[in-house]
Design a protein around this ligand. Structure first.
Ligand code: ADP
Ligand code: MG
Length: 275
């Protein structure tokens, strides 16, 4: 399906087979003179699902933007063994697809045309989309329950429907690495599960690697192989969901009163009022 639109969508590096999907070394980013990330190191192995959590403003979106090449971070990020800065725009787009937290919606654009934008890296300059590109787009629309929306303007969709369209565009891109910045925040619990199950299934069938941020900690823990807790510009905890989602950690870094109980697929985090 979607990802098959980019057969062997691995980047050019010949020795990339055993390279990390993402390697971030000493990433430092300041925005408007304010240090946001102050030395982040992170490795994501091919096929792994890593979720970054952390309080509002911790720098989660900034980290994903740097990994996706949307923020310059010279020398700090390698994707599949290739420095991000060595990948040209079209090459990069075949390797990494991002669903931003609040994507810009082009005014007047229909769902089908928006999802087709995901195929841009495969369409020759001045060329047109092929039947294969259209087939990928239709398959993705079907998978995300969006077939009936293809003619609708994006602006007329509900927040949840639009979120699924953003994901559809990223999947249509056929990249090996998916960066998902709070992909389910606008979705009801049914669609949250549907979208995350789909991503997980693609990970298994197409070997996708997922680096996500997520707000709902219980759901985050159910899908991640590993979690990273970002606070004060750096990684303060890293490990399995059970290792990271502890009452003590969440009290310290979120100032939250929670009860953590074991669930069938990872810890469940319940906000509980302080006594
Ligand atoms: P998160 O996704 O964890 O909520 P962000 O990465 O969006 O956090 O933002 C981290 C910090 O960087 C926040 O304090 C935010 O206000 C600040 N920030 C984000 N973008 C800019 C910008 N363009 N200029 C200045 N500060 C910014
Ligand atoms: Mg964010």
């Amino acid at each position: 399906m979607a990802a098959s639109g980019a057969p062997g969508a691995h980047p050019a590096a010949p020795d990339a087979s055993d390279a990390a999907a993402v390697r971030v070394r000493d990433l430092r980013i300041s925005l408007d003179g304010t240090p946001i990330l102050t030395g982040v190191d992170l490795t994501v192995r091919p096929g792994e699902w890593v979720t970054v959590i952390g309080p509002n403003g911790a720098g989660k979106s900034t980290l994903l933007r740097a990994v996706g090449g949307l923020l310059a971070a010279p020398g700090a990020v390698d994707l599949f063994g290739t420095p991000l800065s060595a990948l040209r725009r079209r090459e990069r787009a075949r390797v990494v697809a991002t669903v931003a937290q609040s994507p810009v919606v082009p005014p007047g654009m229909a769902v089908l045309d928006y999802v087709l934008l995901g195929r841009t890296p495969y369409i020759p300059p001045l060329g047109r989309e092929s039947a294969a590109d259209m087939a990928v787009v239709h398959e993705v629309l079907g998978r995300l329950d969006l077939a009936g929306f293809q003619g609708r303007e994006l602006a007329t969709l509900s927040g949840g429907e639009r979120q699924r369209v953003f994901l559809a565009r990223a999947l249509a891109q056929g990249a090996t690495l998916l960066l998902l910045d709070e992909p389910t925040s606008a979705l009801d619990i049914g669609h949250q599960q549907e979208v995350l199950e789909l991503v997980d299934q693609l990970r298994r069938t197409h070997g996708l690697t997922v680096l996500a941020t997520m707000h709902d900690l219980s759901i985050a823990g159910e899908y991640a192989d590993r979690m990273v807790l970002l606070a004060d510009g750096r990684i303060v905890a890293e490990g399995t969901p059970t290792e990271v989602l502890t009452e003590e950690m969440l009290a310290r870094y979120y100032r939250a009163h929670v009860t953590v109980v074991p669930g069938p697929h990872g810890p469940l985090v319940l906000p509980t009022r302080p006594r």
